[in-house]
Design a protein around this ligand. Structure first.
Ligand code: FUC
Length: 795
């Protein structure tokens, strides 16, 4: 009898036990949580989640929640060759006009005969919205909304009539789906309606078997005709998403294209999405089959399993780097409040949060097999997004990938490498049609269809270094990984063919017959078409150097490399002008009052490596003059670039000033082209409007304050410069997991502005040149070994 009472009591308790299993929110971590006490007021306050394939922006409203979502391949347009047939016939004439000082005529001729067909490229598109309605929840109290960037989970907590509610949203890479989990602390208290919406003109929503199915066809490009009056190719991508709802307790009703969950305790929703896109040249996939296959893989997996798989996968990348810059009481406030008062506060953990946020955003928008992060990563809610949310490759796309190798996310570069590979094919035809030359070339933008011809307007669209700059990233990947198979099979053929183009393209400068120059081109995006902008020369010099070195490592193409070396030595050098500035153009025409956002001619300082205070002090001083003239403002990405410049000039405090200028709240949602960069409350970078490059550029810039590895000794081994530009505002801290060229991984601790200890793991067994405060430790290393040093070890 006693036993029976026990059994009855025990089993009677089980429902209560499970009721009580509702888990409370974790403690806020000021370096790893974005959090707010209100739902998002508009898209740029929503919180981003993603797996490179699907992106979501979670608004977190208690009564009405919206998750706006994207799929990486949903663009306007179709496979298309943008090259302008026989444009090359005008190349000679363009050069003659520019040499004769007839720039306007050159622009006219360029616009008539030399531009992409049509003039513009296509646009990245939003996919749809998940709409969740919780009747009566407008009364929510104790509301909290957050994004934990270490677990990559966005969540919402609140209470209504004494019942606690929780929502979690993440996008899983291993399970290729967005997962939404909703839960109440009381049995039967969960009631909501789930629906889908879509901004495109042609779509259809049906409901069956607990699934809402959205099928549609992408809208055409928002404008019918390009600037040349020619029509944009129509859109041929079709898309499909399935939202499946599984409830625990209660029931489900399908009604009017929605699913209603009644009197449940918990429910999990799965969103899968796909298009018919296979690659830039093939759109033959079946989105229905893709969605069904993705959903099938989820069958039988509990929410807990999916969550665990997601966290494990995400942390395998994210947890490689830890940063601790200290925190204080004020770091505990909501993120929007921290951002507003950052201008006066000492809140270094907000810097740490922004730093890791850049890594979070890269992992969430760029995974092997996906498209690279575009101007907005993977997050876009507009049918006509700013600059089409495409790939601007005269700074922005490259900036997206500046933090990838140095912050231990080499894998995330795979989509960029694939894009360059595609461009090396489409760009071959552009090299033929526009220049009648071999190799490949890409201009200042590209899209899903890998357009490589000059777009928009001759005055800035004819810029020939897009492919060459992207190729620098292929070389970086080798410098950091030492992967010779990759160098041989992927990188080298692309570098070689990019170099082949420029070896034919460079032309003798009539004023300095011993110089080779580029042109027609421009210094992005000002001054119009010219012959010989400085930036082109710096980029081409690096491209040739990387190609020559790669050929040497692989033991191939010795004659070709010799020819490149001779040409490289003749490329017009950097010049210092009348104000002591680095000249942006071949002629000394810089305006000291020019505050243009692009500082292209400092490419050789960063991300290039040919200018540095230690190796070329005069040129480095000239860069300082230029930077001082340009000022400490600009668009979000412009400020981010300047953080990196000042770090390379070894001026940590000035670098921090730029970081500070980037970390100002940007309140206006829609302002375009106002050089007032900053951050939105969700810490997205504001050009404005939202443009993700500034986030990535900031993460790169902070890393450059702590470690630089671009200089080399006479044998070619890299110097690892420890704390080369430490700002006084970040006087104490530690970081682990960041990487240097040559395959080294670092753990660095510093206090009161001084190094305390450094640990170096040698990943490839290369010689190590560790430098701190001008002192050097130079030694051989064994692969896999870790070496520890204190300041006293440097001499
Ligand atoms: C370039 C920049 C703009 C903007 C756009 C996407 O045109 O000059 O500022 O970032 O790319």
């Amino acid at each position: 009898m006693k036993n029976l009472t026990f059994i009855i009591l025990f089993f009677g308790l089980i429902p209560l036990i499970s009721c009580n299993s509702f888990s409370e929110p974790d403690k806020i971590n000021p370096s790893l949580d974005l959090w707010y006490d209100k739902p998002a007021n508009g898209w740029i306050e929503a919180l981003p989640v993603g797996n490179g394939h699907i992106g979501g922006m979670v608004y977190g409203g208690s009564e009405n929640d919206t998750i706006q979502f994207n799929e990486e391949t949903l663009w306007t347009g179709q496979p298309h060759d943008y090259a302008h047939k026989d444009a090359y016939k005008y190349l000679g004439k363009l050069r003659q006009l520019l040499w004769a000082g007839k720039q306007e005529e050159a622009h006219k001729l360029g616009n008539e005969h030399f531009m992409s067909q049509p003039f513009g490229q296509q646009a990245y598109q939003p996919f749809g919205d998940i709409l969740l309605t919780f009747p009566g929840h407008e009364k929510a109290v104790n509301y909290q909304r957050r994004l934990n960037i270490q677990k990559a989970i966005s969540s919402v907590f609140y209470e209504v009539d004494g019942v606690k509610y929780k929502r979690e949203v993440f996008v899983s890479a291993p399970d290729q789906a967005m997962i939404i989990h909703v839960e109440a602390s009381k049995n039967g208290a969960l009631n909501f309606v789930a629906g889908l919406d879509c901004p495109h003109n042609n779509y259809d929503i049906t409901v069956k078997n607990n699934e809402i199915i959205l099928k549609g066809k992408a809208n055409n490009y928002p404008q019918k005709l390009g600037r040349d009056g020619k029509p944009y190719p129509e859109s041929k991508l079709t898309f499909e998403a399935h939202l499946k709802v599984i409830n625990e307790g209660g029931g489900i009703v399908e009604k009017n294209g929605t699913i209603k969950v009644e009197n449940a305790r918990k429910a999990t929703l799965y969103l899968v999405a796909a298009t018919n896109f296979v690659n830039y040249n093939d759109i033959s996939a079946n989105p229905t089959k893709r969605c069904e296959a993705d959903l099938k893989k989820l069958e039988g997996k509990s929410y807990e399993t999916l969550k665990e798989e997601h966290i494990n996968d995400f942390q395998q990348l994210f947890n490689r780097v830890n940063i601790d810059l200290g925190s204080s009481e004020i770091s505990k406030r909501p993120t929007n409040e921290r951002l507003i008062s950052f201008k006066t506060d000492n809140d270094p953990s907000l810097v740490a949060l922004l730093y890791q946020y850049g890594r979070y955003l890269l992992i969430s928008s760029s995974r092997p097999g996906t498209q690279p992060a575009n101007l907005q990563g993977i997050w876009n809610n507009k049918l006509a997004p700013p600059w089409d949310s495409k790939y601007t490759i005269n700074i922005n796309t490259e900036m997206n990938y500046w933090p990838a190798e140095i912050t231990n996310l080499s894998e995330c570069t795979a989509p960029l490498i694939q894009m360059v590979k595609d461009l090396s094919v489409t760009g071959q035809n552009v090299a033929k049609e526009h220049y009648n030359m071999d190799g490949w070339v890409a201009h200042h933008n590209t899209d899903l269809w890998r357009g490589a011809a000059p777009i928009n307007n001759a005055n800035h669209g004819i810029w020939i270094s897009g492919g060459a700059w992207l190729s620098e990233h292929l070389w970086w990947h080798y410098q950091f990984t030492g992967d010779k198979d990759y160098l041989n099979n992927t990188a080298y053929p692309i570098l070689r063919e990019a170099s082949r183009f420029f070896s034919e393209y460079l032309v003798q400068d009539p004023k300095h017959p011993s110089w080779l120059i580029s042109g027609p081109s421009n210094s992005p995006e000002q001054g119009g078409l010219v012959m010989g902008p400085t930036m082109d020369h710096q980029i081409i010099r690096n491209l040739f150097a990387n190609t020559i070195e790669a050929a040497g490592i692989l033991g191939v193409d010795a004659d070709f490399a010799k020819m490149l070396k001779a040409k490289r030595d003749s490329i017009a050098p950097n010049q210092i002008g009348q104000y002591g500035q680095l000249q942006e153009w071949l002629d000394d025409v810089d305006d000291p009052k020019n505050e243009h956002r692009h500082v292209s001619h400092l490419w050789g300082l960063f991300p290039g490596n040919e200018i540095h205070p230690l190796t070329t002090p005069k040129l480095a001083d000239a860069c300082k003059v230029t930077l001082s003239e340009r000022g400490d403002g600009g668009t979000g990405w412009s400020r981010a670039w300047k953080i990196n410049f000042w770090a390379r000039l070894l001026d940590g405090d000035h670098a921090f000033l730029l970081l500070h200028n980037l970390m100002v709240p940007s309140i206006t949602q829609e302002t375009v082209m106002r050089d007032r960069g900053g951050l939105y409350f969700n810490l997205f970078d504001a050009h404005p409007p939202f443009q993700i490059d500034g986030n990535f550029g900031a993460t790169s810039g902070i890393t450059e304050m702590l470690l630089q590895s671009h200089l080399r000794d006479e044998k070619g081994d890299y110097y690892q410069d420890i704390l080369p530009a430490l700002p006084s505002k970040l006087a104490s801290g530690k970081i682990s997991g960041i990487k240097g060229r040559g395959g080294f991984e670092f753990g660095i601790t510093w206090e009161n502005g001084n190094l305390v200890s450094v640990e170096v793991k040698s990943l490839l067994g290369n010689k190590m040149n560790l430098r701190y405060n001008g002192k050097l430790i130079s030694q051989k290393t064994a692969k896999g070994e870790t070496y520890s040093f204190t300041p006293e070890d440097f001499n």
